[in-house]
Design a protein around this ligand. Structure first.
Ligand SMILES: [Zn+2]
Length: 61
């Protein structure tokens, strides 16, 4: 099992790697990845399908 280095939760099937400039260690779960995106790029609308994909996966389970 791969655990998120930020919240210690299982990252699931898709671990996310942090951006080099975040200076944190991966892997990250989709939640923490999104959180870091919004923290590091405030106001910037980074096109992400991560949450959508995550929702889809949840619905499939
Ligand atoms: Zn996490």
């Amino acid at each position: 099992m791969t655990k998120c280095t930020q919240c210690d939760e299982d990252v699931g099937a898709t671990p996310y790697n942090p951006m080099p400039e975040w200076k944190i260690k991966g892997p990250l779960c989709s939640k923490c990845y999104s959180k870091n995106i919004s923290e590091h790029y405030p106001g910037e609308h980074v096109r992400l399908n991560l949450m959508d994909d995550d929702e889809k996966k949840k619905n499939l389970r």
